[in-house]
Design a protein around this ligand. Structure first.
Ligand SMILES: [Zn+2]
Length: 123
């Protein structure tokens, strides 16, 4: 995870993220994760890239998302529309049109999926 200062823009990466809640930059500014929080808008450029990826992917992994935050919530529908299979990994099903649903925490499911893909590739 990356985090950046709202005041000076300086970036910090794990494990060099300052302690505190919220953590503070060396300049005194508040540090914020470089991810989209609820109620926050996705940068346009990032979202356009995500849309393009969604429209061209063959498989989309929906990981731990509540799938209700717009506009990101539209991405699985876009992928599905273009023929992708949707695999949702979540504690509770959030995307009704998912092709596969894995009821598990992302932290335990993802490493196993990655290991499985790697073993298929090398065979
Ligand atoms: Zn700063």
């Amino acid at each position: 995870m990356e985090i950046y200062c709202l005041t000076c823009g300086k970036e910090y990466k794990a494990p060099n993220i300052p302690e505190g809640m919220p953590p503070h930059c060396s300049c005194g500014g508040i540090l914020k994760p470089n991810t989209v929080l609820f109620g926050e808008e996705l940068p346009v450029e990032v979202f356009m890239k995500a849309q393009e990826a969604a429209a061209t992917c063959r498989v989309m992994l929906l990981v731990g998302a509540s799938a209700i935050v717009h506009p990101a919530a539209s991405l699985p529908y876009l992928a599905k529309q273009h023929g992708a299979k949707i695999i949702e990994i979540n504690i509770e099903k959030a995307f009704p049109d998912a092709d596969y649903f894995i009821t598990e925490k992302a932290g335990t499911a993802l490493p196993r999926i990655v290991a499985e893909i790697r073993s298929v590739k090398t065979n």
